[in-house]
Design a protein around this ligand. Structure first.
Ligand code: FAD
Ligand code: FES
Length: 343
């Protein structure tokens, strides 16, 4: 996969554990992207290469820089490196923008619903800015869950958007550790309650709107359930996962196996300990395999199974584009002894 470098021109601290990196748009070969897509950053930390995707928090035609916003994950290698080490002036290796969490080209909706929690706000913020900038007729409803006021990413920018687009943008904040304040009627105590939000909106807007969800699995499940109850078509619901959710039950029949991995003309013998994906085992063995999302979305890690049986676990979207012998190694686990994979 082709990569290039972008220069950090500004770093904004959004909350105690979250920063925004603003990259300079190259003057000649501008980086093209859509609101809701992500940029993949590549780092070398203590000699090992790490690749991580981050959704754009900037919006094309609205922001002059290319922005990504990164929240620390406890013990996370790259998110902590970015929060602690990256500085203005650094050049960072990136891949071209990717992702399908975007507004469909042919859409004619009159309302858009953005459901997010924590760092899940990033692609939603980008989509909100794009719509508010380009489509004054589309109502934007942002529902955002956090622990407290001080953990709200883009807090003042969201307020500013609400002040500038008071007719078009509605915002609901849900705070699990909220202190109820009569001066802040749009802040609700507790986890995001989709029913409470939807009950205050016209049925037609809900049914004919587009719904974008980015946050933990619990949020996705509860919002989808409430939308399905209101007969919202599945085609109008889009979700983005920052992490692959694995169900332990899917690992039945999978054991630790040694496989052969053929990559760039070399044959590697790899022990895949039960629970690790073939991609993770390869990276742990310091093989610089191609990858990005690690959630079965981008296809960068696609390999061909030459012999043996492999199972993919955790895919949330149907992948009809994969041939019978093609597997996404970030979600793949060997099921038999004689597995040979080529990438
Ligand atoms: C399409 C996509 C877009 C993304 N956009 C953003 C974004 O805009 N902002 C952002 O902050 N992150 C985003 N992420 C998550 C990001 O790519 C990294 O996964 C995250 O920063 C953790 O990387 P790390 O190297 O710090 O943690 P690692 O060292 O990889 O992981 C350390 C531990 O944390 C757990 N973990 C990994 N990822 C997460 C997570 N997201 N939440 C909770 N626990 C986790 C792992 O299971 C592991 O146990 C996105 C992910 C995807 C797939
Ligand atoms: S890394 Fe994206 S599909 Fe595997």
């Amino acid at each position: 996969m082709q990569t290039y470098t972008l220069k950090v021109v500004e770093i904004r601290r959004e909350t105690a554990d979250t920063v925004t990196l603003c990259f300079k748009q190259p003057a000649l070969k501008k980086v093209k992207y859509k609101a809701g897509q992500y940029l993949t950053l590549i780092f070398r930390i203590n000699g090992r290469r790490y690749i991580r995707p981050y959704s754009f928090s900037s919006a094309p035609m609205v922001d002059s820089t290319l922005d990504v916003t990164i929240k620390r994950v406890p013990n996370g290698i790259v998110s902590n490196h970015i929060n602690d080490v990256v500085k203005v002036g650094d050049s960072i290796e990136v891949m071209s923008p990717m992702g399908d969490f975007v507004i469909p080209e042919d859409n004619s909706c009159q309302a858009i619903f953005l459901w997010g929690a924590g760092s899940g706000i990033t692609p939603l913020f980008s989509i909100a800015k794009k719509i508010l900038h380009e489509n004054p007729m589309i109502k934007v409803n942002l529902v955002y869950g956090n622990r407290r006021r001080d953990t709200v990413i883009f807090s003042s920018a969201i307020n500013e958007l609400r002040n500038n687009h008071s007719e078009q943008l509605s915002v609901w904040h849900f705070h699990t550790e909220a202190v109820i304040d009569e001066a802040l009627p749009h802040v609700v105590q507790g986890r995001i309650d989709a029913e409470e939000v939807l009950n205050s909106i016209m049925e037609l807007d809900i049914r004919q709107g587009l719904h974008f969800i980015c946050g933990p699995i619990g949020l996705k499940t509860s919002v989808k359930k409430s939308l399905e109850k209101r007969n919202v078509s599945l085609d109008s619901i889009f979700s983005e996962d920052f992490e692959l959710i694995k169900d332990p039950a899917d690992f039945k029949g999978i054991h630790t196996e040694t496989i052969q991995l053929n990559f760039k003309g070399e044959r590697h013998s790899l022990e895949i300990i039960k629970g690790k994906s073939i991609l993770e085992a390869g990276l742990d063995a310091n093989i610089e395999l191609p990858y990005s999302c690690q959630t079965g979305n981008c296809s960068s890690c696609k390999g061909r199974v030459i012999s043996g049986q492999v199972r993919m676990i955790g895919l949330t979207k149907q992948r009809q584009d994969l041939l019978n012998d093609e597997y996404l190694l970030c979600c793949s686990y060997p099921m038999t002894e004689n597995v040979i994979i080529e990438i």
